[in-house]
Design a protein around this ligand. Sequence first.
Ligand code: SF4
Length: 217
Amino acid sequence: MLSLVQLYQLLLDFYGYQGWWPVDEGYHRAKGTDPRDEIIIGAVLTQNTAWRNVEKALENLKKYGELSLEFIRQVSTKELEELIRPSGFYRLKAQRLKHVAEFFNPTDVVEKVSREELLKVKGIGKETADAILLYAGGRLSFVIDTYTKRLFKRLYGLDGGYEDLKSYVEENIPKDLTIYKEFHALIDEHAKKYCKSTPRCGGCFLKNFCLSAVPSS
Ligand code: SF4
């Protein structure tokens, strides 16, 4: 069985560094805004939607408002709903963004907040909390998502819940921020390219290690 470190290395060799979380550094330099705000906003917007829809909402914020938590705090809920409409569930997400923007005031809160405290904020579930802690806070908190669950189930036969999988990963990879960030991004990349809902096992470089490989697909 492939160790998680071996899996990470194989994914990294195949796909290269992903550089997650994607942030428009040039925009934030020009506007004097905090790139961590973009990560926190994106982590809420990406709930139950594809990333391409989040990108449209982020573009709207940049074009017609400002990609910052300060703007989220100031703008009316109605206007915010319109700006983030492409991300889906826009009424709910506008409310959530308002709560989150109040909580992260100032953004530096992300450096110290505990996972338990963050999970008490309305609209922040485990995946969102871990994404914020890891990518905005630079904290060692591994993110589990649907793609991780799918890949680990197929590859290793692991069928645990969120906390089980999170602990399993955190106990078996080095405590290294780059590895935490990249491993999550690489798993997602593999799940989008090969280990899709209908897996493309035929071309998958993990097929010789995988419990669920379907050779003919
Ligand atoms: S061999 Fe198939 S099921 Fe296994 S990881 Fe690759 S795509 Fe997924």
